[in-house]
Design a protein. Structure first.
Lengths: 130, 130
DNA sequence: CGCCTTGTTGATAATGATTGTCAATCCGGT
DNA sequence: ACCGGATTGACAATCATTATCAACAAGGCG
């Protein structure tokens, strides 16, 4: 049976405050700074569950797992600023079809895919130029 | 100045023997089994360099870095069996353009992308069914 | 060929993220 | 309020990767 705890809700809320992907460590640190007594292991566990539920998105970077609150129930991808982490959810209609097709062409079944676009956001590009 | 060592060549060769992505740990273990006295740190260092050179491809999975020999000088992506690791290099022409476009639409510059397709290869699918 | 400079190696320690442990705690149905 | 089991959290344990640093060896030179 699944229970409702203030910890789960606290993680959900803290995650929602960030536009960018964050690590479990970073999220835990931020929550602590804001006075929450939540434990590190709980943050790890909760984020993993949220990702399973589809409530959060997971991104692997440099062997680190980064999470982000995402609009549930929708399949989408991300455009991420590699400098500041600013992230935008994007549709990838042409890619969905392409992925299915290329898998089928090679006799692969149950296809899934990982698609992320990185770049410099307008603000970071301006700052780098200035 | 860059020197030629038997270690570098040994890693290149061992990497080429595998159709699938392998971890530094796994590659080192395999090399040792085959009698090579190469050190673990060297395998890590060499794989990282090969990836920089574009001689090897890098894939992040479960917070693990996996490497694979790749045809140098070509931009391509991978279709990977999530059961046995069998990997096929694939072209993604439509995706290249799409990625550039979606980045531009949101004011992002210097776009790059991560695109991988996973699935069950024919052999693994058959084995799962039988 | 032998010497020297310096990039490279490898055993080991150190780091850092993540997971396991397990008793104490808390949720929620009765 | 009571009970059973899910959840928590401090801490230890694990796992991949990186840093150290003394010993080694590649290759240019005389
Ligand atoms: Zn930015
Ligand atoms: Zn998609
Ligand atoms: Zn397979
Ligand atoms: Zn591409």
């Amino acid at each position: 049976m699944k229970r409702n705890t203030w910890q789960r809700e606290a993680v959900r809320e803290a995650l929602g405050e960030s536009e960018a992907f964050v690590s479990a460590q970073a999220l835990h640190a931020r929550m602590r700074e804001e006075g929450s007594p939540i434990g590190l292991a709980t943050v790890y566990r909760t984020l993993a569950k949220l990702a399973e539920d589809g409530t959060a998105d997971l991104l692997q970077q440099d062997g680190e797992q980064l999470y982000r609150a995402c609009t549930p129930g929708t399949h989408h991808h991300h455009l991420i600023c590699r400098r500041c982490g600013l992230t935008v959810e994007i549709e990838a209609k042409p890619v969905e079809a392409w992925a299915r097709q290329v898998a089928a062409e090679h006799g692969f079944t149950e296809p899934s895919h990982v698609v992320d676009v990185f770049g410099l956001c307008a603000e970071c590009a301006a700052r780098a130029a200035g």
